[in-house]
Design a protein around this ligand. Structure first.
Ligand SMILES: Nc1ncnc2c1ncn2[C@@H]1O[C@H](COP(=O)(O)OP(=O)(O)OP(=O)(O)O)[C@@H](O)[C@H]1O
Ligand SMILES: [Mg+2]
Length: 247
């Protein structure tokens, strides 16, 4: 479903991805791990088209999208949630979801207030809100809900574009254990045919949701395998120095 081959990118002397090859099957849950600065977010930026790679290819559902724009890739089913929230603070939660939903239903962004009430957009907002547990928050302003709820909305925005491949960049960053638990349930309930690549620092969540794991270190894939193989990998224990013990 997602085929990344030999993707390399450097910023000056810094090689942020080196020959990164990753193949993710349809419906697979792939967790990307790696220390701070390993190149995880930069990899996502190349996958979605924010940065062009120096070399390598990216295929989605068999199509080579390496030279496609961000918008073209989004229309082809690729969506991404961010490490930091990208919400419209002055709007309600439902309006945020409607805006995201209207991108793929072909409604003009300038007419988004009208598009909020069209049946197709309303249906997506309802479904997405149910998926990310926001049904009871739709009429609240973003500024009036907790940080954890805002993180769920960040994922909701990505889901509202009805992707076939969803990239999530540390969806639980900065949230407490209770919200991580809630997010766990959200992840488990997502449609099984949705292909998910998730960068995650919370080890118990990462090990529980992953079908497979890829570890980046200094821009290179240093491990790929099952969660069980990851747990017993000496190399990974060295990279993470002990933080694996929590897993
Ligand atoms: N636009 C840019 N220009 C120059 N250097 C960059 C740019 N974007 C990222 N970098 C550098 O690339 C390296 C990888 O950064 P990246 O954000 O991909 O790491 P990460 O694995 O997502 O880390 P974290 O776990 O902290 O989110 C870092 O050294 C970062 O400073
Ligand atoms: Mg990052």
């Amino acid at each position: 479903m997602l085929e990344v081959a030999k993707l390399s990118k450097h910023f000056g002397a810094l090689h942020v991805t080196r020959d990164v090859t990753i193949n993710v099957e349809k419906g697979e849950r792939r967790v990307i791990l790696g220390p701070n600065g390993a190149g995880k977010t930069t990899l996502f930026n190349q996958l979605v088209g924010v940065f062009s790679p120096d070399s390598g290819t990216i295929k989605i559902d068999g199509k080579d999208v390496t030279n496609w724009s961000v918008e073209e890739r989004a229309k082809h089913g690729l969506s991404r949630s961010y490490q930091q929230n990208t919400l419209f603070d002055g709007l309600k939660i439902g309006e945020n979801l409607a805006l995201a939903a209207s991108v793929n239903t072909g409604h003009s962004m300038s007419m988004w207030r009208d598009s909020l009430t069209t049946p197709d957009v309303m249906a997506i907002v309802r479904d997405t809100a149910a998926q990310v547990d926001l049904t009871h928050h739709l009429d609240k302003y973003v500024t009036d809900v907790s940080y954890g709820i805002r993180r769920q909305l960040e994922v909701g925005l990505a889901l509202a574009t009805q992707p076939s491949v969803l990239l999530m960049d540390e969806p639980t960053s900065g949230v407490g254990p209770k919200m991580i638990h809630a997010f766990h349930h959200v992840l488990k309930r997502l449609p099984s045919e949705l292909t998910i690549v998730i960068i995650e620092h919370d080890m118990s969540l990462a090990f529980d949701v992953a079908d497979s794991m890829t570890v980046l270190n200094q821009g290179e894939v240093v491990f790929e395998g099952s969660p069980d193989e990851a747990k017993s990998s000496r190399l990974l224990q060295e990279i993470y120095l002990g933080t694996w013990e929590d897993a």
